[in-house]
Design a protein around this ligand. Structure first.
Ligand code: ZN
Length: 286
């Protein structure tokens, strides 16, 4: 028997309410630009697509899949723009989205800091226990904030742990770079998905054996290694994209569940497109 009624589909404004509960915009850093970038709040949302970057290939994938909402970690329009003319790459993205009726929303540093956010998911997948934020949120719960530090149930060597991290992250050309003795014992792990060089000193002060983050530049990394006199914390530099992509399946599931709790039914999908900008590396030896 059928009831004759179709499943309840939320309006974009109702999805935004749930997004705000999961990843409160108050957790975003002051320089950030999170929230709705394009879309009509009264439009119905039956399909939601998740991705790290709102680049052309990802937007095309979402529009072709008939998505009504694309949620990306990174903002499309972080700094001021004076045009969204379709001949510019950002303008082309805006036009494609609007013309196919797909809204765009960014959950960036609020998605990093939140409970169940980028850093929590990374810590959980790595098996860290007694995890706390590296830099607690100024206004928020004790569990909210940037980065995480926790303890592996069993210590291991830096080399073996790097192999574990490599195996957990989506495969990207750059792999995993490590600073430190391959055979050193590590157990206390600090991490920050995305670019986390601002927390290098915090990770050291928190007593981390190793700090995992992305986009480590020469000078901050070199100075951190000098300050550590070759010892702890060792550094693990991973792909920015890969470190944040891991959040997407968990975020999609959390949103799906929270909407279902309110009686809404939506389809969620996670982009499998690798938007790491690097395509290959040449290294000595292998
Ligand atoms: Zn990022």
């Amino acid at each position: 028997m059928t009831s004759g009624t179709s499943p309840a589909v939320p309006a974009l404004s109702e999805v935004l309410d749930v997004v705000e509960e999961l990843w409160p915009s108050s957790l975003a850093e002051s320089w950030d630009a999170v929230g709705l970038v394009a879309g009509r709040r009264e439009a119905e949302v039956s399909t939601i697509h998740f991705a790290v970057d709102p680049v052309a290939e990802v937007v095309e994938e979402a529009c072709r899949a008939g998505a009504d909402l694309l949620i990306t970690h990174h903002p499309l329009l972080l700094r001021g723009v004076t045009t969204v003319e379709a001949g510019t790459f950002k303008g082309a993205v805006i036009h494609r989205l609007i013309e196919s009726g797909c809204a765009l929303l960014s959950a960036h540093t609020n998605g990093d800091s939140a409970v169940g956010g980028v850093n929590d998911v990374l810590a959980e997948i790595l098996g860290l226990e007694e995890t706390t934020p590296l830099k607690p949120a100024e206004e928020g719960l004790n569990e909210e904030g940037l980065g995480r530090i926790g303890t592996l149930p069993q210590g291991t060597t830096l080399g073996d742990f790097a192999a574990t991290v490599f195996g957990i992250l989506p495969a990207v050309a750059g792999g995993v770079r490590v600073a430190g003795d391959r055979d050193a014992f590590i157990q206390r792990v600090a991490l920050c998905g995305g670019a986390g060089d601002s927390l290098l000193q915090t990770a050291a002060e928190a007593g981390a054996d190793v700090y995992i983050t992305a986009d480590l530049r020469h000078h901050p990394a070199s100075e951190a290694r000098e300050a550590a006199a070759g010892g702890r914390p060792y550094l693990m530099d991973v792909s920015h994209f890969a470190s944040e992509w891991l959040w997407l399946p968990a975020a999609a599931q959390a949103l799906d569940r929270a909407l279902a709790d309110r009686g809404w039914q939506v389809e969620v999908a996670v982009s499998g497109i690798n938007t790491d900008p690097w395509d290959f590396v040449i290294t000595p030896g292998h």
